[in-house]
Structures are given as C-alpha cells and as structure tokens.
Design a protein around this ligand. Structure first.
Ligand code: COA
Length: 173
C-alpha cells in the first residue's frame, strides 16, 4: 500500500483562486461548502472574505510539487467546548482517487489534536456524498445524527449527516 504524506500550510491569497477553480458548478459548491454562504459563480475572493469575516476559521492547503495546492481543508471552533469542526475538504479534481483526500484529512486531524485541549473533531457531510462518507469512516469518524431537509438544491432537499471522531487513545496525555 502506498501511504501518501501531506503537509498543510495556511492558505495564501494567491491560493484562493486555485481552490475556487476546483468547483465546477453550484451543486458542487453546496456539496463542498454546505451553508458557508458561498454563491455561484464562486471565486477566490469569496473564500478570502469568508476567512476575513472570522479569523478563527483556519483555512489550510496541502501543497503539491512546486507548491501549488492539491487540497484544501478548514478547522474552526466546533461550537461545543474542546471540539473542533472540520470542513471545506476538497482535493483538486485531477488528483482524486490517489489517497490525497485521506492524507489531507489525516494531516488536519493531526493538526487538530496537536492542541491537547481538543477532545473531538466533528464534521457535516451530505448523505448522498458516499465517497466522502467512506473516507471519513475509514479514518474513524462515526455518524452521530442525520438532518433531513438541511438544504434545498433545485427541487431536492438534501439530508446532512453529522459525524464525530473522539481523540484517539494513542494521542491521550
Ligand atoms: C471527497 C474527496 C475530498 C476525496 O478525495 P480523494 O483524494 O479522491 O480521496 P482518496 O483518494 O483518499 O479516496 C478516494 C477513493 O480512492 C481510493 N484510492 C486511494 N488511493 C488509491 C490508489 N492509489 N489507487 C486507487 N484507488 C485509490 C480510495 O480507497 C477511495 O475509494 P472509495 O471511494 O471506493 O472509498 C474528493 O472527492 C473531493 O474533493 N470531493 C468534492 C468535495 C467534497 O465533496 N468534499 C467533502 C465535503 S463533506
């Protein structure tokens, strides 16, 4: 098995347009960003504005060869004490299916749990996003709740699923 290693760095202004270019249409935008408030047509300026509106949103990219991002992820306070929320998980379309997504989320979890006060990481994923759900389950996330009618896309209401991962025992102090 090939184990892909990935490092994360803060998103730089010039990265935002690259990340935005990975979103093909309005449906893909909702699938990726849920209720973040982005609108189609999407652009890098919206991503930078989203961060500027709340500096607690840590936008991180995984640089590929040459430093150009191949993945993007966000960590932010999770709404509950000692909890972080993982979001905006995205891999460049041409780089998918090679383990980058798994490496990206692993690196984000390592960053999250490097804070000894963090006991849980949670995320939201749409129920029909089967590939993403399999990825999160492989990494130990478990479904906590389903929220039917979470968002309307065209004529269809999408169900969202909340998943959570407790701090792994090996990382307990
Ligand atoms: C979800 C997403 C981040 C996954 O990224 P990815 O880089 O394709 O993820 P991985 O490569 O780790 O895993 C994807 C599949 O490739 C397989 N894979 C991994 N390495 C592989 C390799 N070397 N050869 C063949 N297959 C491989 C995995 O087993 C997995 O298979 P599965 O779908 O049957 O479970 C990506 O599809 C994406 O950006 N989607 C759009 C945005 C989105 O929906 N984000 C999630 C919001 S909650």
């Amino acid at each position: 098995m090939i184990f892909t290693m990935i490092t994360l760095r803060p998103l730089e202004d010039a990265d935002a347009a690259v990340v935005a270019s990975w979103i093909d249409d309005g449906e893909a935008l909702v699938m990726w960003s849920g209720k973040a408030g982005f609108t189609w047509p999407f652009d890098g300026g919206q991503l930078l504005g989203f961060r500027a509106a709340d500096p607690a949103r840590r936008l991180l990219v995984a640089p590929g060869p040459g430093g150009r991002p191949v993945g993007h992820v966000m960590l932010r306070p999770g709404g509950a004490p000692r909890s972080l929320r993982l979001g905006l998980v995205l891999v460049a379309p041409e780089a998918r299916g090679r383990g980058h997504g798994e490496a990206l989320v692993r690196a984000a979890l390592a960053a999250a749990f490097s804070d000894p006060d963090v006991e849980r990481v949670t995320l939201g994923v749409y129920a029909h996003n089967h590939g993403a759900r399999r990825l999160y389950e492989r990494l130990g996330f478990r479904e906590e709740a389903a929220h039917p009618g979470s968002v309307q896309v065209g004529e269809t209401w999408w169900t969202s699923v909340t998943m959570a991962l407790p701090r792994p025992p090996a990382l307990r102090g």
